[in-house]
Design a protein around this ligand. Sequence first.
Ligand code: SAH
Length: 216
Amino acid sequence: MDEFKKIRDLMVETQLITRGIKDRRVLDAMRRVPRHLFVDESIQYKAYDDMALPIGEGQTISQPYMVAIMTELLELKGNEKILEIGTGSGYQAVILAELSKEVYTIERVAVLVKRAEERFNFLGYGNIHVKVGDGTLGWPEESPFDRVIITAGTPKIPDPLIEQLSEGGIIIAPVGDRFSQQLIKVKKSKGRLSEEYHTPCIFVPLIGEYGWKGED
Ligand code: SAH
């Protein structure tokens, strides 16, 4: 049992259960995964606070509640192949890896990929595949995906990701302008798309061919 176990359990009680997260598997995964190992040692004491935290390169690890609700909305049963856009710290990818079969995750900032890969290896996740690139293009060689999760704010869901979604698949994404978005859940059934609108949120921008134009 690690020294953070107690505050991790408290995070699940006070931030997730009280706000209505019900999926037992999601709650258990978030009780298990050592979130403090996904931030710099100097801010580990804040790792279980109710907020996003900086991970360098101007990027953030999402607030625990945001990870929980996005994961719950994916309706994971355990046998899915998932595509994540925006690896960041790797925390969301590890939560997904706990709850599905294979996770493919793309990050545009190479140094973040390197750090995330070190964490996946250290923690022993053999079912996470990570690469540097523009995630708005998806990962065609590995498609189709049963689930797609975009963890950066986007003006719309990139067309390639809709194309790479399998029949019966689900996409979760924060869609909106650069400064505020709303979580959207898209389902593909019989080749048609249906949309549901969920909580307002604030993510760093998705920068790429089908996202926002680059700042650098
Ligand atoms: N899921 C992450 C949080 C990600 S923050 C976690 O659990 O820590 C959003 C990330 O998306 C940032 O790291 C940013 O660099 C990345 N990003 C932005 N645009 C991208 C793109 N087109 N393709 C891949 N990654 C992108």
